[in-house]
Design a protein around this ligand. Structure first.
Ligand SMILES: [Zn+2]
Length: 543
């Protein structure tokens, strides 16, 4: 669910100073807001930022190994067992205190270092996409394990980026005796929007001052405000009927599958009369066993997406009614279960401006001919404009008018963003013009494109952490925006209730089937410099 920003670039005004005053954000028909990168800090801060930049560069090989290792594990939501353990172990070995199994989720953890304020939460997602297995560096469909999941979005790069940044900052904190706490966490099951609301319920953000998130993209960027993408609830409806011999005595049966199909037909008629902003989609997760047995149980799983909390709630209520109606039509019973949820995102203005100043310092990676050839190769393969890789920084965006938001994807970082000031760093580890949630989005994810993008991102992240540790006025300004602009008229109400529990068994059977074969392709950095080398792939392999 990548963060895709529908960019209307508003006033990009050089060096608007950050003040403690409330600033006008993107609510209602607010006028275009002046925005620009935060002014540089005192010389000592800027000097330490140069130090962490250099240190991140010196950790290039380690970053590459982490990116490749997680790519090779290729685990989908809630099954990130190897990934989670591998990343937590690295942090533990480097002196972070780990709390495993966070919020009752086996693959979740928090890793903390330091003491006192400010507490800086640093997160990124770790899960991947069903059926997206793909050899990296190859510009056409060529799975590593046919049918298996793969990093067809690029979530393998985010936590490695954060770890590199955190290790660089930790060294500075020790050397300079800086106060503050780093709190790293993995975005478990983001593709299912399955975990972050539970992290909040468990209190992960209770002591947090600011939250820095990282998500893969194809440029280096940051944005603030709402007015882009959607939030959602993910609901599975299970119908119960009565089985019977489908030929001998079909009149004795009550088909749960009939109810599923009628609900879907009903929803698709209703679709015409829903707001244009909505996105809704479904899969049938249980359609019965075999045709001669009237299906006694059947299930259908919906994502209901809308642009704000009230509309998401309303869309779900329509879905619930549709399910009840289908149950009545078929004399079956229906129950439902919330499998995930996400609030629409709202990013913090001060944090975005501060991050953007660091983005301007770091700049885009230098792509070589091989990188560009891979990018153009896959763009050609998919009949897209052959623009190669990003060569111009994206602009600082913000203050979009929510009325103009026509929907799009979601990320449960939205929930976090409504609890503490949050910003998402977009970093250039992928190729433009790809479909998303597809094998094509995996081809760059364990290549020099991903490695260089993660190193550039880690520099920005590390520098922004230094800003937060050493410039309390920025933390204060972030909270002023959060309290007086963002959350002025809208407070966070979780979609999950006290009774809801994380859907831990999702993807379990998929991994029972594929893990034995996938294990044969785990990356071994003791034998191979890169995963490309281990797989024997010539970079790039282009048709
Ligand atoms: Zn994502």
């Amino acid at each position: 669910m990548r963060t895709k920003h529908f960019a209307i670039v508003l006033g990009f005004v050089a060096l608007a100073a950050v003040t403690g005053a409330a600033q006008r954000g993107g609510r209602g028909n607010a006028p275009a807001v002046q925005t620009g990168p935060t002014l540089p800090g005192p010389p000592r801060v800027e000097a330490l930022k140069r130090d962490v930049m250099a240190d991140v560069d010196s950790m290039k090989v380690m970053t590459q190994q982490m990116v490749d290792q997680v790519f090779s594990f290729a685990e989908p939501g809630f099954q990130e067992l190897e990934t989670s353990k591998y990343l937590a172990d690295i942090l533990e070995k480097n002196g972070f205190k780990i709390e495993r199994g966070y919020a009752g989720i086996p693959t979740a953890w928090t890793a903390t270092f330091g003491t006192g304020k400010p507490v800086i939460a640093i997160g990124s997602d770790i899960d991947d996409i069903p059926q997206a297995s793909q050899k990296p560096g190859v510009a056409y469909h060529d799975p590593i394990v046919e049918g298996a999941p793969g990093h067809g979005e690029g979530h393998n790069t985010g936590v490695p980026l954060n770890i590199t940044a955190a290790l660089a900052v930790k060294k500075i904190m020790e050397r300079e005796h800086l106060q503050g706490t780093l709190k790293l966490w993995p975005g478990v099951a983001e593709e299912l929007v399955g975990a972050k609301a539970y992290f909040i319920r468990a209190g992960m953000l209770r002591d947090v001052d600011v939250s820095l998130f990282a998500h893969v993209g194809n440029n280096l960027g940051a944005s603030w405000g709402g007015g882009f993408g959607t939030g959602l609830v993910s609901v599975e409806y299970t119908f119960k009927g009565e089985s019977a011999h489908a030929a001998a005595q079909p009149w004795r049966g009550r088909s749960a599958l009939d109810a599923v199909e009628l609900m879907d037909v009903g929803w698709n008629f209703r679709r015409e009369h829903l707001r244009l902003q909505q996105r809704s989609h479904n899969v049938i997760t249980n359609g019965g066993d075999q045709p001669n047995v009237v299906p006694p149980t059947a299930s259908v799983w919906y994502y209901f997406r809308e642009t704000d909390y009230p509309h998401i709630k309303e869309l779900r209520e329509i879905g619930d009614r549709m399910a009840q109606a289908a149950a009545m039509m078929t004399d079956t019973q229906v129950t439902s279960r919330l499998l995930g949820s996400a609030w629409p995102q709202h990013m913090n203005k001060t944090l975005a401006e501060t991050m953007y100043a660091n983005i301007l310092t770091v700049g885009l990676p230098t792509w070589d001919e091989a990188d560009t050839a891979l990018a153009k190769g896959i763009q050609r393969e998919l009949k897209q404009p052959q623009i190669g890789l990003a060569t111009e920084l994206s602009r600082l965006r913000g203050g979009l008018d929510p009325e103009q938001n026509m929907g799009g994807p979601s990320d449960d970082i939205g929930d976090i963003s409504w609890n503490v000031p949050t910003v998402t760093l977009q970093y250039p580890s992928n190729i433009p013009n790809l479909p998303g949630h597809n094998w094509a989005n995996a081809i760059a994810s364990a290549t020099p494109i991903a490695h260089k993008g993660a190193t550039a991102g880690a520099k920005v992240q590390a520098m922004t952490i230094i800003d937060m540790l050493m410039r309390p006025e920025l933390v204060q300004a972030a909270w002023d925006y959060f309290r007086n602009v963002q959350a002025k008229d809208q407070k966070y109400v979780p979609f999950i209730t006290d009774k809801d529990q994380p859907a831990l068994t999702l993807n379990e059977r998929m991994m029972e089937k594929y893990r034995p074969e996938m294990k044969k392709f785990y990356y071994d950095p003791t034998k191979y410099k890169t995963y490309l080398e281990q797989l024997g792939i010539k970079y790039p392999t282009v048709r």
